[in-house]
Design a binder for this molecule. Sequence first.
Ligand code: 1PR
Length: 535
Amino acid sequence: QSSDSVITLLDYGAGNVRSVRNAIRYLGFHVKDVQSPADILNASRLIFPGVGAFAAAMDVLNKTGMAEALCTYIENDRPFLGICLGLQLLFESSEENGPVSGLGLIPGVVGRFDSSNGVRVPHIGWNALHINNESGILDDIGNRHVYFVHSYRAMPSHENQEWVSSTCNYGDKFIASVKKGNVYAVQFHPEKSGDVGLSVLRRFLHPKTSFVKKPPEGKASKLAKRVIACLDVRTNDKGDLVVTKGDQYDVREHTQENEVRNLGKPVELAGQYYKDGADEISFLNITGFRDFPLGDLPMLQVLRYTSENVFVPLTVGGGIRDFTDANGRYYSSLEVASEYFRSGADKVSIGSDAVYAAEEYLRTKVKTGKTSIELISRVYGNQAVVVSIDPRRVYLRSPNDVEFNAIRVTNQGPNGEEYAWYQCTVNGGREGRPIGAYELAKAVEELGAGEILLNCIDCDGQGKGFDVDLIKLISDAVSMPVIASSGAGSVEHFSEVFTKTNASAALAAGIFHRKEVLLRYVKEHLVKEGIEVRI
Ligand code: 1PR
């Protein structure tokens, strides 16, 4: 191996850097892991994909002597690329659980996005950059979207202007990238930004190649609405892991054999949706409530294989909870989630366990710090914790008939009822619980969830459109992003949900698996309707 083909990676073990590794390998390079400060000083190119919380990262860097080595390396203008937290740590300090001192190489303080500016926090999704002239590795981006996921950001100022190579607007104008000599850092995730992101990495990895600066492409101007492909995954009766799809959560064929509906292989389909332009891919292990996910090695394999070639965010759900196996060994929800992150997931989605946690929290008004939402968000950040809500519509004559938030519905119930509440369920819709989707959403936001995946059992697999009443209710109630799910049957359903509600993303399964509507057509339609999406 020539030293030019080896990239040194600083991974201090706090989260998913598998995608960065995969992207480096995909581009034809070898990865050498930093074991000691000397490895930093001897690197010919160093990538630092910061993950997790600022304070925890600084703690590790200080204790291992790597903070000092990093400062020396960067002050000597050696080739460096920081990603996300790897950008923030270069600044003087952060307000994240702080103030906490950073490496102090760039003037400025990293602060939290202010949701009173009308933006949802975390900032999750594909946004546009405003690039300064000499941007180096950003030369191929043009006006195209890149993927961000963070709650904290650094702001441009007179003191740091010589560093700032691009900014992004999200409530405030914040720093999207910095550059000085051979030192680069980006707030977005090139390893999750599809082809555009790979081109950024390619330019960093191939310093000796002279690239022709491409003429600007694309029309990105702001945060795009996301289109997500969802794969409900389970083992069929033959023992194969398959992508399945239910009607109102019933995934068995109505034949004599009553077999589990089989719509394809998870890794293949995920690869296909990535090529078709999916902005994210979700895998839901739909029998995770009864199987133990860490016993479910195929699902971990699915993530590992998918993340080798798919460079957009991956979410995995199903079975994220505490578990004691047959040998009496206890696994915390955090351990389960960590295994998923190590295997290539960027976010985990919690269903049943979030319902129990919210019920308990509303009953006691006490945050124990021990629920899966709290444990995982503390270590990996709120943006890594999605709560999947599986509600069922319950019609009412009067909103006063229940103690939960009820709304007037657009389409009356079977007996002319004008109101409904949305009852949460657990165990794949099998059991209704005494809590509404509204109450759950508010409670999990307080507990530290960063995003909501909002299903609706009544609409699931029906192809008649999203439940706009429900999605409006929830997306107006919380300040985190909400993903609308269940019921997409045509491209018009996507424009409807984006124009009538504040959903940040729309997810579909059946129409994509059955190739009734291609993902590309959804995007083309949204563009025609004046809704910004990533192309
Ligand atoms: O409770 O933490 O183990 O998580 C279980 C997860 O599995 C939850 O996220 C739950 O939504 C999901 N799940 C459980 N059972 C089913 C089932 O279908 N029998 N699938 C299930 C949920 C719903 C959607 C679906 C959309 C779009 N699937 O994600 O993909 O409704 O479908 P459509 O576009 O075809 O209408 P835990």
